[in-house]
Design a binder for this molecule. Structure first.
Ligand SMILES: [Zn+2]
Length: 267
């Protein structure tokens, strides 16, 4: 594998900044070209504006955040609560995957608190799976790619699945050195501060990110600020079971040995 390209794909503007942006920034420092895509426009994330107006505001905020991260920005393809596991979305997402040709794909957890996140995860997995299948047509049409790709799933919101069970990361990334930039990118989503305070009791979205970052850091027993990841099974994605995050991030990456032991035991 030689294509040092990574893409983070979240459901909504600000999802990437909550629990993926630190790793994305470290990959950039390690020489990766990085890309930023949210599937939905963010049009339902507020009550002060109508949907199209809010989409425009949030699109500008997301562009600003991507600029802070130094990532190439990709335009959303759907609206909030309209991310379904459907063919149209799959074709559009597969086109972006074929264009970007990522070695590393960062996306949501297969278990998360709301369906836009879990549907995004499923769509990303299939779009990446279809990258080399000539009979799967994309919108717009894009040539197939045959390079390997490795998918990493971020920690779910509140670090729990929808049934309240704790999710344990398979690996930790030390994000302390890029935490300020991650914070600045999240703060670029200004429209979300008031909305999340009112709608989800997050108190302050910046503090919520801070808390999650510190909590994953504590789980690592090594890093102060961290992001947690679980690597997708490699079949259909790469020839061998490789871990490009470990290779790229070196001392800032720590495999969770307890998780690996549980995988071996089958528990
Ligand atoms: Zn979201």
């Amino acid at each position: 594998m030689t294509n040092r390209v990574a893409i983070a794909i979240g459901a909504h503007p600000d999802d990437i900044e909550f629990n993926m942006a630190g790793t994305l920034l470290l990959l950039k420092k390690a020489g990766y070209e990085i890309h930023y895509l949210t599937l939905a426009s963010g049009n339902c994330g507020g009550a002060e504006y109508d949907g199209p107006t809010l989409s425009t505001i949030r699109n500008a905020e997301a562009r600003g955040a991507a600029k802070i991260l130094g990532a190439e920005f990709h335009l959303c393809v759907k609206n909030d609560l309209e991310i379904f596991y459907d063919l149209d979305t799959l074709r559009r997402l597969a086109a972006i995957i074929r264009e970007v040709k990522p070695m590393v794909v960062l996306t949501h957890s297969p278990q998360d608190y709301m369906e836009d996140h879990t549907n995004t995860c499923r769509l990303v997995v299939t779009a990446a799976f279809a990258r080399g299948m000539p009979n799967f047509k994309t919108i717009p049409s894009r040539a197939i790619v045959n390079s390997d790709t490795v998918i990493y799933h971020a920690m779910p919101h509140s670090l729990r699945d929808p049934l309240r069970r704790r999710i344990i990361p398979g690996a930790f990334v030390n994000t302390a050195s890029v935490h300020k930039t991650k914070h600045a990118a999240l703060a670029a989503h200004k429209s979300q501060q008031k909305w999340l305070d009112v709608s989800q009791g997050l108190n302050c979205y910046l503090l919520a990110m801070e808390d999650m970052s510190l909590a994953v850091g504590r789980m690592s027993r090594k890093f102060k600020h961290a992001e947690g990841w679980r690597r997708h099974l490699h079949y259909g994605f790469s020839a061998a079971d490789v871990d490009p995050l470990r290779e790229a991030l070196e001392k800032n990456y720590q495999v969770n040995k307890a998780y690996e032991r549980d995988l071996e035991k089958g528990t």
